[in-house]
Design a protein around this ligand. Structure first.
Ligand code: HDE
Length: 721
């Protein structure tokens, strides 16, 4: 039994699945019927008056079929419309009873079922995955005490401090109201107009312009609860907490040029990546992290814990890793599960409570409210994916799509007719009792003074970045602001950036036709806020310091043609696959190629259907004829150059190295043409020529691939691909 004695240990992971099983339908061999169960004899021709005559109104099958089709769509989410989700489970490492009375955080043997939906924010349902945007990271825990939803993002802070500004920031970010452009991106006037006027956005803008906003994969993103929550233990002791999700594959990103190309080449890039990883059994994992702040220590911080534009540096309050979430099952049906799932910040279980963060307070209202429209009425908690595994019993009734048939005679509290049922639960019986925080004050529309600093943490972020990360941020600002037509908006943004860092402002200004001094004069420096000094850093903010130890689930393209060296291909492929990477053999067409050894090499992807942006690395095995054929194919040459441009690992063995030598490949030291032992590695380009040393090559290639990207590659910029 688990600690609360309510359920057998370890069995909880199946509870949600078992519940969903009741709703799954696949009758197999069966007759086609109408919604009323009447067997249909013909679904290809409507009922007409004569073969060429008009369709008859009495054709109930035709009318039902068309009517149902007409009503297939529901409103998409007003934000976070584009998303992908998966099922899994969460398990705590050790009891957190000292911190919280939430049962699912107390029993290490308990596997709590979860459903996790990732999303972009601004784009509509059909928009591209790889746009520059914040990513949603929403987790629903189906606990025995009811649903707990941790509705977070992949960025630990938010654009605004008070939820009343949410419609403004979203209206500004979404496509403009007259022409609905641009789709899913913020590189337009209205967003930067708002951002430049609302300086509290600055910290989040730094994150949004960083590589965090173009993740390599949902599986390689951090997640954050953003707000300060409370954990309350059985003695009623409350502590502040920030929630983190740490991906076990590390935090990695795309390159902006790559992200833009992917939006066309594979607009489902992240969705496909998640789906395929789970189908292959490469289950994504995150550790849940907690930053705990004792109530009495909150005052000691130099920012307000209730301000969602601030984070707690991990160097100040370390993240304690307390459990692991694993995604292990794709949904059966996108609409029924991923589209209909409804997360809500106010879905809380005993032991987890909220704070007075004014952003959070607005969210406590908004989610349920929006879902009443989106899901067609107030009964959406009965939709299978939303249904708790904990028993539900109350006097809420009626409304659209009521599925339950209540048989109680008394539908009110208190009652005697129904034996007083259902009963109220006190603390001991698992009742949710709000933390009795003491508050007093005047009713007032005012931002707290403690929320006034808009730049210190933006600066902390900037100074904590590595040189390549800084360069990417500058380029992202130049790209976004470069698309802003109104000069005064660009000027205002530059003035704001001077408050973050003078060098940052100058570098961005130089790229967008703004002179910093003129901008300062025209706009007038904001009163009371001189440029923030200070150079303390928070290394945990930099993706440079993430895990770079594994090549698990990394995708490698092996470029081949007829005459490829089967031995080189096979040995390297086997080595990569045993290290956990995936290798696609990419040839000029599907089918089988003839190898140099005379064997048949199956092609898994045809070159015209793919592109280097869909891979983490490229490998060119030897085989004279194969390399000669590749050198005659512009798209093969482009493939290799583009991978180099995007700082990816490029490898070649035997005559494969000749390809790198023959194309306008930037100055990189390659293996000696005369051949020799071992592998040569320069800027992430791995080569072994002549009779290649495949063991040394594979080892070096794997090591290079684990680095994710080779940012220190001076020639990359010069590649025209
Ligand atoms: Fe949301 N947000 N949000 N948000 N949010 C919604 O709820 C809202 C905010 C987040 O995969 C909506 O069901 C307000 C912060 C995610 O289904 C809506 C404010 C964070 C998702 C809503 C915020 C988030 C949503 C739209 C400012 C990170 C997608 C559809 C006070 C901590 C969940 C829906 C999914 C969705 C309101 C700010 C995360 C309109 C008013 C901060 C991941 O209710």
């Amino acid at each position: 039994m688990s600690q609360d004695g309510s359920a057998p240990t370890g069995a909880e992971t199946d509870k949600k699945d078992a519940q969903l099983a009741h709703h799954r339908e696949n009758a197999g061999e069966a007759y086609l019927t109408t919604d009323q169960g009447i067997r249909v004899s013909n679904t290809d021709n409507s009922l007409k008056l004569g073969e060429r005559g008009p369709t008859l109104l009495e054709d109930f099958h035709f009318r039902e079929k068309i009517t149902r089709f007409d009503h297939e769509r529901i409103p998409e989410r007003v934000v976070h419309a584009r998303g992908s989700a998966a099922h899994g489970y969460f398990q705590v490492y050790e009891s957190l009873a000292d911190l919280t009375r939430a049962k699912f955080l107390q029993d290490p043997s308990r596997k709590t079922p979860v459903f996790l939906r990732f999303s972009t924010v601004a784009g509509s349902r059909g928009s591209a995955d790889t746009v520059r945007d914040v990513r949603g990271f929403a987790v629903k825990f189906y606990t025995d005490e009811g649903n707990f939803d941790l509705v977070g993002n992949n960025i630990p802070v938010f654009f605004i401090q008070d939820g009343i500004k949410f419609p403004d920031v979203i209206h500004a970010a979404k496509p403009e109201p007259d022409h609905e452009m641009p789709q899913a991106g913020t590189a337009h006037d209205s967003f930067w107009d708002f951002a430049s006027l609302q300086t509290e956005t600055t910290h989040m803008l730094m994150w949004a312009m960083s590589d965090r906003a173009i993740p390599r994969s949902y599986r390689m993103m951090e997640g954050f609860g953003v707000h300060t929550f409370r954990l309350v233990n059985a003695h009623g002791r409350s502590r502040f907490v920030k929630f983190h999700w740490k991906p076990l594959l590390g935090v990695h990103s795309l390159v902006w040029d790559e992200a833009q190309k992917l939006a066309g080449k594979d607009s489902d890039f992240h969705r496909r990546d998640l789906w395929e990883a789970i189908e292959k059994g490469n289950f994504p994992e995150w550790e849940l992290g907690l930053q705990i702040v004792e109530e009495e220590d909150a005052e000691k911080l130099n920012f307000d814990l209730l301000d969602a534009t601030k984070l707690i540096p991990e160097e100040l309050v370390p993240v304690r890793r307390v459990g692991k979430l694993t995604l292990n099952r794709n949904p059966d049906n996108f609409f029924a599960e991923t589209e209909q799932v409804a997360f809500c910040v106010s879905n809380l279980v005993p032991g987890i409570d909220v704070t007075d963060d004014p952003l959070m307070q607005a969210r406590l209202f908004s989610y349920l409210d929006t879902q009443i429209t989106r899901l067609g009425g107030p009964n959406f908690a009965q939709i299978p994916i939303n249904k708790p595994v904990a028993p539900v019993d109350n006097h809420q009734q009626d409304g659209f799509h009521q599925h339950r048939i209540p048989t109680r005679k008394a539908n009110y509290t208190p009652n005697s007719i129904g034996g007083g049922c259902p009963h109220l639960a006190n603390l001991a019986n698992g009742g949710y009792v709000h933390y009795p925080e003491r508050v007093e004050g005047e009713k007032i529309r005012k931002r707290a003074e403690t929320f006034a600093d808009h730049f210190s943490q933006a600066r902390l972020f900037w100074v904590s970045m590595s040189a390549p990360e800084k360069e990417h941020i500058v380029k992202a600002f130049r790209f976004e602001l470069g698309k802003v037509e109104r000069e005064e908006i660009r000027q205002r943004m530059i003035v704001n950036l001077t408050e973050v860092d003078a060098q940052l402002a100058k570098l961005v200004a130089d790229g967008i036709g703004v002179d910093v001094q003129t901008a300062l004069k025209t706009v007038g420096r904001r009163p009371g806020k001189p440029a923030v000094a200070g150079s303390s850093t928070s290394p945990s903010l930099s993706m440079e310091n993430t895990l770079k130890t594994s090549v698990k689930t990394r995708k490698v393209a092996a470029l081949v043609a007829d005459g490829v060296s089967e031995g080189e291909l096979k040995d390297v492929k086997t080595a990569l696959e045993s290290a956990g990477a995936t290798v696609e053999v990419i040839g000029p067409r599907l089918g089988k190629l003839k190898s140099a050894e005379g064997g048949a090499v199956p092609v898994t992807m045809a070159l015209p259907t793919t592109a280097s942006v869909m891979f983490d690395a490229v490998f060119i095995p030897g085989g004279k004829a194969s390399v000669e054929a590749l050198l005659k194919d512009g798209s093969a040459i482009h493939f290799v150059l583009e991978a180099f441009k995007h700082h990816k690992t490029v490898g070649a063995t035997g005559e494969g190295v000749d390809m790198l030598r023959a194309v306008p490949f930037p100055a990189v030291t390659l293996a000696d043409a005369k051949g020799g032992q071992g592998a040569v590695v320069d800027q992430g380009v791995v080569t072994s020529q002549g009779a290649p040393d495949l063991v040394a090559f594979a080892g070096a290639f794997i090591q290079a691939l684990a680095q994710h990207r080779h940012w220190d590659r001076p020639g990359a910029e010069a590649v025209p691909a």
